[in-house]
Design a protein around this ligand. Structure first.
Ligand code: ADP
Ligand code: MG
Length: 292
């Protein structure tokens, strides 16, 4: 068979699997216990994530109000906005935790995230870091990363099962990236707050996510930890797409380097978008920050 035909066949199969997976998630058809294979986002058009006209209401109150947002492949996008702007709700929608009342959300140009369950969204390559670190305190840094690699087997089985050489190398690589190389055998519970945050980011990286969502990653960090986190994010840019929600403007300045787009959310939609210096000079932005 020619390579073109092979490729055509692969594409057809993936499309078929995605249709099947989507049927599963909407409960539309019986799945006969078949294992749903990971969905592969199509990034050919350079779009990683696309939210269009997304609205989420809680008892009539619109936490997201016709929110539209586009993140390019490999982009690092900072999102700011006063408390209650809808930043966390936006992440809840992308990860399938909250279902919007209206709008569409797609990953790549082919995956409709609103038709997938939370675990399928994670499998498709979207990793999320919550505000509070959730590492296994009893286990070492290395063991936490090891678990993240083979998570689904359960703690005991994962630790019992021998690591392959390349898996060990990957853990070493992630420990170096997250400034934890000299903490490998340290119990996670004994790490500083900042180190725990890095470990959790490292655990996400073990899954090699295509899109990373980070909600207030430097809250509670020291200045030095914040600066090292900025370096870490800059090293991830390009290899992953990153959406970073943060209040710390010095940090936002560091990660956007005076040339990347910052999105300002307010009352569930985009109030302004542009360079940090520009949005900070925008009267409407100043007003919503001072108004609280
Ligand atoms: P942010 O992360 O920007 O501070 P959130 O997304 O957490 O904002 O919240 C946006 C608004 O939606 C807030 O007014 C919040 O009180 C409200 N909200 C969020 N989640 C819920 C919920 N589960 N039920 C009711 N209201 C909620
Ligand atoms: Mg929040």
């Amino acid at each position: 068979m020619s390579p073109e035909l092979l490729e055509e066949g692969t594409r057809a199969r993936l499309e078929h699997e995605q249709r099947e997976a989507q049927k599963d998630s909407s409960g539309g058809s019986a799945s006969f216990g078949r294992v749903v294979r990971a969905l592969e986002p199509d990034f050919a058009h350079g779009v990683a994530l696309y939210l269009d006209d997304v609205t989420v209401s809680f008892d009539g109150f619109k936490a997201l109000n016709a929110l539209s947002l586009m993140i390019r492949v490999g982009e690092l996008r900072a999102i700011i906005g006063p408390n209650g702007a809808g930043k966390t709700t936006m992440m809840d929608v992308i990860t399938g935790k909250t279902r919007p009342d209206a709008g569409s959300v797609s990953f790549g140009q082919n995956i409709d995230l609103l038709r997938l369950r939370e675990n399928q969204i994670a499998e498709a390559g979207i990793g999320r870091k919550f505000q509070k670190p959730t590492v296994f305190e009893q286990l070492s840094v290395f063991e936490n990363l090891e678990l993240a690699l083979k998570g689904e087997r359960g703690v005991r089985a994962a630790l019992w099962h021998a690591l392959r050489g390349e898996q060990r190398d990957r853990i070493d690589e992630v420990m170096t990236q997250t400034h934890l190389a000299d903490q490998a055998s340290r119990q996670a519970g004994l790490l500083s707050h900042g180190q725990k945050q890095w470990l959790e980011i490292g655990m996400l990286l073990m899954q090699d996510p295509k899109l990373l969502l980070l909600d207030e990653p430097v809250a509670g960090m020291t200045d030095e930890e914040t600066e090292r986190t900025a370096e870490l994010f800059l090293s991830l840019e390009g290899k992953h797409s990153l959406v970073v929600v943060e209040h710390d403007m010095k940090f936002v300045d560091q990660i956007t380097e005076g040339r990347k787009t910052v999105t300002v959310l307010h009352e569930g939609s985009v109030l302004a978008e542009g360079l940090l210096s520009a949005v900070q000079a925008d009267e409407r932005v100043v007003e919503v920050y001072l108004g609280r």
